[in-house]
Design a protein around this ligand. Structure first.
Ligand code: SF4
Length: 241
């Protein structure tokens, strides 16, 4: 085994850094008598400011971690060190290498179907839920047409439609609330799930919620049609990039 030793071969060039760590991990010279690699400390050095630095560092770190290479990591961002530590924790949680302690907020990218400002609702939800320290995945989705289905793996979520919020638990719509109460309801239901569990929370659901959601979904499809995103025009713009 190894004691009091760890090797780091950081580089700011991602392919170079990945290759260097792979070579070290594969080299028997750096392995113990049982074939275990010497502990490796991973990093993409001088990655720069977010978001580009974050993408660069994550590309290198995630590639190696998913190959089983690496024992400790460091984000070297041109940012507050607290941001670096947060990024590291979030990466390990996203890869399933560290148990989630708090909120995992997911949000749809928004599109022509969005019925609310997803960025604003997601930011408000993050601010309201983060301090609760509940290990829960919450989804903020722009529309009820696809939201509950797309985010059915989330413990809890909200999808917007016709000035109302459709609250769902594991993809099942449990309550329809006014748009300006969406974030407060997310907090209430997150606490309910934390206290009583998913199954019990589902039992608190409103019996008419799924039907109301179906009606709003149908009305939205009617309003915006099947091609709410004007796909052909968008593809044309993308081709010219
Ligand atoms: S279809 Fe709805 S849920 Fe999906 S990205 Fe668009 S607004 Fe968001």
């Amino acid at each position: 085994g190894f004691a009091d030793v760890k090797i780091s071969v950081k580089a700011s060039n991602v392919p170079l850094m990945v290759e260097a760590y792979r070579m070290l991990a594969d080299d028997p010279f750096f392995a113990d008598e049982e074939g275990r690699s010497v502990p490796l400390h991973l990093g993409v050095t001088e990655a720069g400011p977010p978001p580009a630095g974050l993408v660069k560092a994550t590309a290198g770190l995630a590639t190696l971690l998913l190959e089983g290479i690496g024992d400790t990591i460091r984000y070297s961002l041109t940012a507050d060190p607290v941001e670096e530590a947060r990024a590291g924790r979030q990466l390990l949680e996203a890869l399933g290498l560290r148990e989630r302690k708090g909120l995992d907020l997911i949000a749809c990218p928004s599109c022509g179907r969005a019925e609310v400002d997803v960025i604003e609702v997601a930011a408000n939800a993050q601010a309201a839920l983060e301090s609760l320290a509940i290990p829960i995945q919450v989804a903020v989705m722009g529309c009820v047409v696809n939201g509950p289905g797309e985010a059915r793996e989330a413990d809890l979520g909200i999808a917007a439609g016709r000035r109302r919020g459709h609250l769902f638990v594991k993809g099942k719509v449990v309550k329809v609330v006014p748009e300006d109460e969406m974030v407060d309801e997310l907090v209430t239901w997150a606490k309910l799930i934390a206290d009583e569990g998913i199954e019990e929370a589902l039992r608190h659901g409103d019996a008419t919620a799924e039907d109301e959601a179906a009606r709003d979904r149908a009305a939205l499809l009617d309003d915006k049609g099947a091609d709410a995103n004007h796909a052909e025009e968008r593809v044309d713009v993308i081709r010219r990039l």
